[in-house]
Write a new protein. Structure first.
Length: 403
């Protein structure tokens, strides 16, 4: 045995030794990638592919790691290269379906899954991929049929059961919510209370909200009525529209208007730009923009608000991270803000903020099939007119019910 091993080292390696070496390279790259050393894994595979460009197993793993890095275009090229040579490659085809799902191309994901199911009609992973693609395409009836077929093949598949339950709930077009917030301060002023009741209707082109808010501050009560919509303009492009009116004009502005356009980009990025207009005695315009990055189960967002004024522009920033669980209905999040007003201006009290630093934590959790609970808690240090270094604390809870 020792002589054979030595011969493989000092002489031209026979095919068996070369194949073993190939497997070793791929296994080592896979181990590095799983251990979050993806740069090293990609470098190892780059070298392997430079010497052996037709190594489809190495190129498949290369594409999979690129997809984990969010480099979807590069991953697609690598996996397409493999599938051009073997249309039913056991690893490349599922990986490419994932790339299309993650990069918001469910049409191609569905087409690829359907192609695979013509050859392997009872494959649970392809049935699940097709169901997810159909769900993303809002073809809920077809998605339900795919999941029913999957559950015939594998009755114990928990992912299929959960997605089937989510699909049933997604067909409920109405949602109502009740929100209560409580804010208190270090200068012992009376606490601020705000209550909101909203009704949401899911339509073919996007969701529409109707909301009534009631605020109690400084022994004053004030009400606000709003309508809000998120229309989808085309795949990857949607808008935010808002209009509100306060009949008493005490704590809220007499009216408010808002509009923002969101555009998805390559590599999981999204950008937006818009304006908020508030009808206070002195009208206030707030310009806002954001940059977001989706990475696997995470969403990272940077947002800015710019408020022009006679004394100069007030600029604030928010930095947020959100981690999704399951099918995306549950998440935890954290947000840090700095500037003139690190949250969107909503009432007359918030335009008094000159400088602030804030932190907020949030949990949004689906507690039952039709119930979701949201809790926020945070605090900020603010400089207001004639009140420096004010400590401001917030707790907020919301209960949602779909019907």
């Amino acid at each position: 045995m020792a002589l054979v091993a030595c011969a493989c080292v000092i002489t031209t390696a026979p095919p068996a030794c070369s194949q073993e070496s190939d497997r070793d390279v791929i296994a080592r790259a896979r181990s590095l990638a799983i251990g979050n050393e993806r740069v090293e894994a990609l470098a190892l595979l780059d070298k392997r592919l430079a010497d052996h460009p037709d190594d489809t197993d190495a190129r498949t793993l290369y594409g999979i790691i690129l997809s984990w890095e969010g480099r979807y275009d590069d991953a697609r090229k690598a996996l397409d290269f493999v599938l051009e040579r073997n249309a039913n490659h056991g690893d490349a085809l599922p990986a490419l379906i994932n790339v299309e799902l993650w990069s918001d191309h469910p049409e191609r994901a569905e087409a690829l899954a359907s192609q695979a199911l013509r050859i392997r009609p009872n494959d649970a992973s392809f049935l699940m991929s097709r169901a997810r693609a159909l769900k993303a395409l809002n073809r809920t009836a077809d998605a339900a049929d795919a999941l029913d077929r999957l559950l015939e093949v594998d009755p114990t598949n928990q992912q299929a059961k959960q997605l089937r339950s989510d699909l049933k709930d997604s067909q409920r077009d109405w949602e109502t919510s009740f929100d209560q917030s409580y804010e208190w301060f270090s200068d012992n002023r009376a606490a601020w209370l705000e209550t909101q009741v909203s009704l949401k209707r899911q339509t073919r082109i996007g969701s529409v909200f109707m909301r009534v808010s009631h605020a109690h501050r400084f022994s004053l009560d004030s009400n606000l009525m709003e309508i809000e919509a998120y229309p989808s303009l085309r795949r990857g492009t949607y808008a935010y529209l808002n209009a509100g009116w306060s009949p008493d004009n005490k704590l809220y502005s007499a009216y408010r208007l808002g509009a923002e356009l969101f555009q998805g980009l390559h590599y999981g990025f999204e950008v937006s730009g818009g304006i908020r207009h508030f009808g206070f005695k002195d009208k206030v315009n707030v310009y806002t923009g954001s940059l977001s990055k989706y990475y696997r189960n995470w969403l990272f967002t940077t947002r800015t608000y710019v408020t022009p004024g006679a004394a100069g522009d007030s600029v604030s920033f928010q930095y947020a991270a959100r981690r999704y669980f399951g099918e995306g209905s549950s998440y935890i999040a954290a947000r840090f803000g700095s500037g003139g007003a690190p949250v969107q201006t909503g009432s007359v009290n918030e335009i008094e903020v000159l400088r602030s630093l804030s932190f907020l934590g949030e949990i949004n959790w689906r507690v039952a099939r039709r119930w979701t609970f949201n809790f926020k808690g945070g605090e900020s240090r603010e400089d207001r007119f004639n009140i420096p270094r004010l400590q401001h604390h917030l707790v907020d809870g919301t209960l949602y019910f779909r019907f």
